[in-house]
Ligand binder design. Structure first.
Ligand code: BUP
Length: 465
């Protein structure tokens, strides 16, 4: 029998692309023929770099370049370039219809991003192709997204004025942890979610980069119908493994520092002594907050490796480290740490024995990488799903979360407070022991007989039917 042919369709942003590429490599390794529908052009340079390295390393994985129709300003207009691209993609999915019919061998399944799931489902069902959706956030935040159409109905009840909401499967949820755009039914973010949630009853499965040892309650609630009665089955396949590009290349091509000095510096540090700081691919802290963070890091006295960003889109991130942090700071901390701009191989850095803690915005990929590699997190959510993800980190004992720091930009967090939290995390022996225990649970989930491995085998069997 010919192997099944699966197409994967990620949306805009590295936080979506990376889990799709990881899953593409995984299902290809299980004997499926795989096609990735790759956006062209991408918003960030990091996305196009990842794509070209991925296809260099996996020449047997096919690539269809997908060029959305030119963006037209709509009433939902949002100036975030990643959102703008998602809107352009949503308006262009029909272009894929004839392309998908010409693929050889014929497609058996398509794994879609949630933001285009309804259109993909429509096209796929007209061709008897199964649709799966890959969710790129936590099961906890996905539960909130699934409830959004119902929440919107309650909007007239003034959700914003309440301190917390009782939500099925989630218990009491502070309204302050719901991303504000989600409470505005006219916002692009909530419109995209609300218009794609209903189709999740018609897809064959919902794939997630999480595992039962991390989010058992949310996965159970989703699969028991408590959140949406007829939701398709959730298959928790995580934590995803890095694909070959990430395993091989320690630092990406756009890093301003060559690979060797950064890793060589890490090699010289004591085990679990270095704090890694990164707020993901789409968050640039304000200048004032960056300077407070700088002071906090210095005052903590902790060794550090800091990935700095001063612009949301990497192509426009031109200011150098010296002019942001100041010569005197760099001189004073020459032995304490390294601050760099550009793309680094985060998974590879988190895996280094010298890394002992991670200040993270709690993008879901970053959380799952830290969990898989046993690195404690100091959660500092900035926007979007990140407070919900931070709640997973906190409730499972994988890190600390100073809730009074609020969303990024909501208030200026003082350097002294940051220094105190860094020390608490880096010195927390119980925290470190708990993180190691969850790392082991994550490893077992991916072994033969483990829960994630079981869901993956189920998925591959279904694809082969
Ligand atoms: Br920046 C950066 N190197 O320099 P998240 C990120 N990454 O490998 P985000 C690097 O990109 P969303 C870098 O390991 C993770 O896999 C990182 O995804 C990798 O956050 C991914 O953590 C970033 O989900 O996306 O980028 O903010 O907004 O979707 O949460």
């Amino acid at each position: 029998m010919a192997p099944p042919h699966v197409a994967l369709f990620p949306c805009s942003g590295i936080g979506h692309l990376i889990p799709f590429l990881r899953l593409a490599a995984t299902v290809a390794a299980r004997g499926c023929t795989v096609t990735v529908i790759a956006l062209h052009p991408t918003v960030s340079a990091a996305e196009s770099d990842q794509l070209s390295h991925f296809f260099d390393l996996y020449p047997h994985i096919k690539c269809i370049q997908f060029q959305p129709l030119p963006f037209k300003k709509s009433k939902l207009f949002n100036e975030d370039p990643f959102f703008m691209q998602v809107e352009a993609i949503s308006n262009s999915v029909h272009i894929l219809d004839p392309i998908l019919s010409t693929l050889s061998p014929p497609l058996s399944a398509i794994i879609s991003d949630l933001s285009v799931a309804t259109s993909i489902c429509r096209i796929a069902s007209s061709k008897s192709i199964s649709t799966y959706v890959l969710i790129t956030t936590s099961a906890r935040f996905f539960s909130l997204m699934a409830l959004l159409p119902k929440l919107a109905l309650r909007e007239s009840g003034g959700i914003q004025e309440k301190a917390q909401l009782e939500l099925p499967g989630l218990g009491l949820v502070p309204v302050s942890s719901i991303p504000p755009p989600m409470l505005d039914s006219n916002h692009f973010f909530s419109t995209v979610i609300s218009s794609n949630i209903p189709c999740l009853s018609n897809v064959k499965g919902i794939l997630m980069n999480t595992f039962t040892g991390l989010e058992s309650e949310s996965i159970l609630a989703l699969n028991s119908g408590r959140i949406i009665p007829d939701l398709a089955p959730v298959l928790a396949l995580g934590p995803f493994e890095p694909f070959e590009v990430e395993r091989r290349a320690p630092v990406g091509p756009r890093s301003i520092l060559p690979t060797a000095p950064t890793l060589q510096w890490l090699d010289e540090q004591a085990p679990e002594s270095v704090l890694f700081i990164s707020f993901g691919s789409r968050t640039a802290l304000s200048r004032d907050q960056t300077l407070q963070l700088r002071d906090g890091i210095e005052k903590s006295g902790c060794k550090f490796l800091w990935i700095l960003k001063s612009n949301k889109v990497d192509k426009d991130d031109k200011e150098d480290v010296q002019s942001i942090l100041g010569e005197s700071f760099l001189e004073r901390t020459r032995k304490q740490g390294v601050a760099i701009k550009g793309w680094v191989n985060q998974d590879r850095i988190l895996a280094h024995p010298a890394i002992g803690g991670f200040i993270s915005h709690c993008g879901w990929n970053s959380v799952t990488e830290a969990v898989r590699l046993g690195v404690p997190i100091l959660a500092w959510p900035q926007h979007g799903d990140q407070k919900f993800n931070a709640a997973v980190v906190e409730s499972t004992g994988l890190g600390l979360w100073a809730k009074d720091w609020g969303w990024g930009g909501e208030k200026l967090v003082a350097g002294d407070d940051i220094a105190a939290k860094i020390s608490e995390m880096m010195l927390g022996k119980d925290l470190r022991a708990r993180v190691k225990a969850v790392k082991e649970i994550a490893r077992q989930a991916r072994e033969i007989g483990g829960t994630s491995e079981g869901f993956l085998s189920l998925l591959v069997q279904e694809l082969k039917l």
